[in-house]
Design a binder for this molecule. Structure first.
Ligand SMILES: Cc1ncc(COP(=O)(O)O)c(C=O)c1O
Length: 417
């Protein structure tokens, strides 16, 4: 008989549960299902030929260092390029001592949680919020308090109310977690004025901001908005970004730009996790940056994804019923859909799968519940033809669901008389 080891798990491990969303996503693996559920970059964007040249160069010029362990903080040349790049691109120059290379931004979230959160501490997020972040905060036994978003991101008046009530309850949050640009899942971007107010609130209530920005480079229209990090006169912002969406997620290379004391503490935590990030990948990415491959490559990605975003929005205009609402994200990978209140996108999910199309149930992104009538669509991964066909299928599912629910409501009303 197979042994079970459940009783040996730590209390922390026992608290870990597979999210409902993971279970639902398993259903999307069937070949015939057109899935808008994942958040994957399109492999057509991976610069395979250029990377072959870069890898060859690294193996010829630096094989002994690139195949070796490296410093926990990261390959110094890469840290330096990133530090200077943040000055060139975002007018937010950093010193190399402010940069920590991480194993994806997901590790950065875990490191920040590790060094900042005690069990029972509070983190404030928007609702909806990136699921990988809330899972991470909960794994460190934090309480996640959320504030609704509107079309311009987290509602700043409600954030002020939240911080006020937390202060009154002596629960100053460890930090406010935000994806201010092309948020996952909603696609919305916080305008500058609101960023200023959020920053002022962080100062007034003496907390930090974790600004998670994996999508900022993927802008298809409109003017770039300065980073919250660029407003950071009091060293309160921990900035995270990643090469996952602008080069290849398989490298698992990302970075944190933060006050030196935080970088140093996070490096200590990282030592216990993985000693150092993948040295070979760091060398390759540095060479790609050094040989000016990255920014032309990002331009190509933008061209492809802008076409896909427009394709999806066009198909939604044609196929979705009038009572569905959605935004027009200026960048990133996601469109956020809101259906009438009486539709539950969890109930509808099985019908979508039966019609061979998949999305992510919006409710999964609400740390404190809610969002039952919302869903997230990814437009970067599917082919153009799949986008047309998948949206046609989903439009029919949504239409049928709204009609069915409306009929049921009418019947209830008649039954009530
Ligand atoms: C908002 C956000 N943060 C962090 C991550 C993690 O990215 P990675 O670990 O690949 O850098 C993702 C992944 O999709 C994300 O959407």
């Amino acid at each position: 008989m197979r042994k079970t080891h459940d009783h040996r798990f730590s209390q922390n491990a026992r608290r870990m549960k597979a999210s409902e969303i993971r279970e639902l996503l398993k259903l999307t693996q069937r070949e015939q299902v057109i899935s808008f559920a994942g958040g994957l970059p399109n492999p057509d964007t991976f610069p395979i030929e250029n990377l072959r040249v870069v890898i060859d160069h690294v193996m010829t010029e630096h094989p002994r260092d690139a195949l070796q362990y490296g410093p926990t903080e990261g390959h110094n040349k890469l840290r330096d390029s990133i530090a200077r790049g943040m000055g060139d691109v975002y007018d937010t120059p950093q010193s190399i001592h402010n940069i920590l290379i991480t194993h994806g931004s997901q590790q950065a979230l875990s490191l920040v949680s590790h060094i900042m959160l005690n069990p029972g501490d509070t983190v404030v997020t928007g609702a909806p919020c990136y699921l990988g972040a809330t899972l991470c905060f909960s794994a460190f036994q934090a309480r996640v308090d959320s504030v609704p978003l509107d079309g311009d991101g987290i509602c700043v008046n409600l954030l002020e109310d939240k911080l006020d009530s937390l202060a009154a309850a002596k629960r100053t949050p460890a930090f406010i977690y935000l994806v201010p640009t092309f948020q996952n899942p909603s696609g919305v971007t916080i305008p500058l004025e609101r960023r200023r107010r959020i920053y002022e609130l962080a100062c007034r209530y003496d907390t930090l901001i974790v600004e998670d920005n994996p999508y900022g480079f993927l802008r298809y229209e409109g003017e770039p908005v300065p980073l919250i990090k660029s407003l950071d006169e009091e060293d309160r912002v921990i900035y995270l970004s990643s090469f996952s969406k602008i080069l290849a997620p398989g490298f698992r290379i990302a970075w944190m730009a933060a006050p030196e004391s935080i970088v140093n503490k996070a490096a200590l935590a990282k030592q216990a996790q993985d000693l150092c990030s993948n040295t070979f990948a760091q060398y390759c990415i540095f060479e790609a940056m050094y040989h000016d491959m990255l920014f032309p490559h990002i331009e190509q990605i933008i061209g492809l994804y802008k076409g896909k975003r427009d394709r999806m929005l066009g198909a939604m205009d044609r196929c979705f019923p009038e009572r569905a609402r959605w935004n027009r994200p200026e960048g990133g990978l996601f469109v956020w859909v809101t259906l009438p209140e009486f539709v539950d996108t969890r109930d509808m999910f099985a019908k979508a799968i039966a019609s061979d199309v998949a999305y992510v149930v919006g409710h999964a992104f609400y740390p404190e519940g809610g969002g039952q009538n919302t869903l997230r669509l990814n437009f970067s991964h599917a082919s153009d033809e799949m986008i047309d066909e998948g949206i046609r299928r989903l439009g029919a599912v949504i239409k049928a669901e709204i009609e069915e629910k409306e009929r049921a409501l009418e019947d209830e009303l008649i039954g009530g008389f």
